[in-house]
Design a protein around this ligand. Structure first.
Ligand code: AMP
Length: 453
């Protein structure tokens, strides 16, 4: 039997109702903050992630799904017999010039996160002309991590990004506070109360150099006692030592200098202003100067929201500023701030309230006897046009089987459409919970079914 690949999973009903509920609530909140949806491809050139997320991060060094996309001439998938080569495909292949680009192989990667792709799109479409852009996106990301509860290899993120030229106010601490308050509103709206906002400033390129030097110095005498990853990070990218999860390394990491001691005047002031606004609007936060986030592009404000009920994988979302990212991808100055919510974890946190969002059929229509499918289909069409949720049966079912199917579907009512009912244009409507049955003329059906709720 072929099974879903390790770390991937099928989202099935009734769980999908919870996912849809989350996404609808999220879209509502984004609308109130004037964010607009953006959809970028799920794969990009590998270089995009290497240059933005950072070569030394776990994501780029270990977790990306990367492949060499073969050029037109190279190799042939059909040697394995799959996929079968159809005539039309080979016909297209032989048309010279139409797919010129595919002659070259290219390194491609399934997106492990969404910010890089959105900033790439911002640059490609010269979106600075639009002033401040406020985007959101919902979709799958891919990381080859060790699967466990709350951690998957295909997982879903809800992203938000505010990006634009400095003249549009993209650098302002007011944007950071607005984004953080948006997250708080979103979690509250979804009924998630038990969250903590962990907040830090990771400085900018000015103070990062001095801080990296200090870290390198502090790590020099102790690095040999640390894991091999940290030994390498200590030389190549010492900030990444803070991503280490190895328990034995933690006492060493605890004693390292913190970025908070190295912020320059403008970064310190920026961070103070963000905190000031948060305090004045009543969004609680917890300062955590160990929080550096696992991606290289972050500058200044960095944050995570954690949730008590999630266990080991307790980060429900993370984000921060990325003021130099556009430049590092060849674009103009475009400060920005964003976050990515782990939708899988959000849904896990909401599991208890799942029952409340399930939708059940208002009515099950049970055709009874040969030739009644047509009348039943007409009625179903009519009721559905009135926004009623209708489950439609089959004329070959005996009445007992229709009752069983209606009960299994969770319908409140069953409408019986037998030959006599069709002739009289009056139908038997039975409440499955109370057992009460009434005879309802066609013209009154919609009202009777609506009022039975
Ligand atoms: P990051 O892009 O690493 O900052 O992650 C942002 C959020 O995505 C995290 O806080 C998690 O909620 C979620 N997330 C990251 N990796 C995974 C994964 N492998 N499986 C499920 N959720 C994830």
């Amino acid at each position: 039997m072929i099974k879903a690949v390790r770390g991937t999973r099928d989202l099935l009903p009734p769980d999908t109702a919870l996912w849809n509920f989350v996404e609808a609530a999220v879209r509502d909140v984004f609308r109130a903050y004037n964010f607009h949806e953006i959809r970028t491809p799920i794969f990009e050139e590998t270089q995009l992630f290497a240059r933005s997320v950072g070569e030394e991060t776990d994501i780029v060094a270990k977790e990306m799904y990367t492949w060499e996309d073969r050029g037109r001439g190279a190799g042939s998938l059909s040697s394995s017999g799959w996929p079968p080569r159809s005539k039309s495909v080979s016909g297209a292949d032989s048309r010279s010039g139409s797919f010129a680009e595919s002659d070259r192989g290219q390194s491609l990667t399934l997106r492990p996160e969404n910010t890089a792709g959105i900033v790439r799109a911002y640059i490609e479409h010269k979106m600075w002309d639009r002033g401040l852009n406020k985007f959101y996106a919902i979709g799958p990301m891919f990381r080859r991590e060790r699967p466990q509860k709350g951690r998957y290899r295909q997982f879903y993120q809800i992203d938000a990004e505010v990006i634009g030229p400095p003249s549009a106010g993209s650098e302002s601490p007011a944007r950071d506070a607005e984004v953080l308050e948006l997250v708080a509103t979103l979690l509250d709206r979804l009924g998630i109360r038990d969250w903590t906002l962990q907040l830090n400033s990771v400085g900018c390129s000015n103070d990062r150099a001095a801080y990296n030097d200090a870290l390198r110095k502090a790590l020099e005498p102790v690095a040999t006692k640390m894991c091999t990853d940290c030994q390498r990070r200590a030389v190549t990218n010492p900030l990444r030592v803070f991503d280490c999860k190895v328990p034995e390394d933690q006492p060493i990491i605890e004693k390292l200098p913190r970025i908070s001691q190295y912020l320059d005047e403008s970064c310190r002031k920026h961070f103070e202003q963000v905190k000031d606004i948060l305090k004045s609007i009543g969004v609680e936060f917890h300062e955590n100067d160990r929080l550096v986030r696992g991606l290289d592009y972050y500058t200044r404000t960095a944050f995570e929201f954690t949730h008590g009920a999630l266990g080991a994988q307790n980060a429900i979302l993370g984000g921060g500023r990325y003021d130099g990212l556009s430049e590092s991808l060849g674009g103009p100055s475009a400060p920005g701030i964003g976050f990515a919510i782990g939708e899988d974890r959000l849904v896990l946190a909401l599991k208890e309230s799942a029952e409340a969002v399930q939708h059940k059929p208002d009515v099950y229509i049970a055709p009874l006897g040969p030739g009644t499918d047509r009348a039943a289909a007409r009625l179903a069409r009519e009721l559905r046009h009135h926004d009623l949720v209708v489950e439609l049966g089959d004329e070959t079912f005996r009445l007992k089987k229709s009752f069983e199917a209606a009960t299994r579907a969770g319908a409140r009512l069953i409408l019986i459409v037998g030959e006599n009912e069709v002739q009289a244009d009056t139908f038997a409507l039975k409440n499955l919970a109370t057992g009460e049955q009434v005879s309802v003329p066609h013209a009154e059906l919609v009202l009777r079914i609506q009022s039975a709720g």
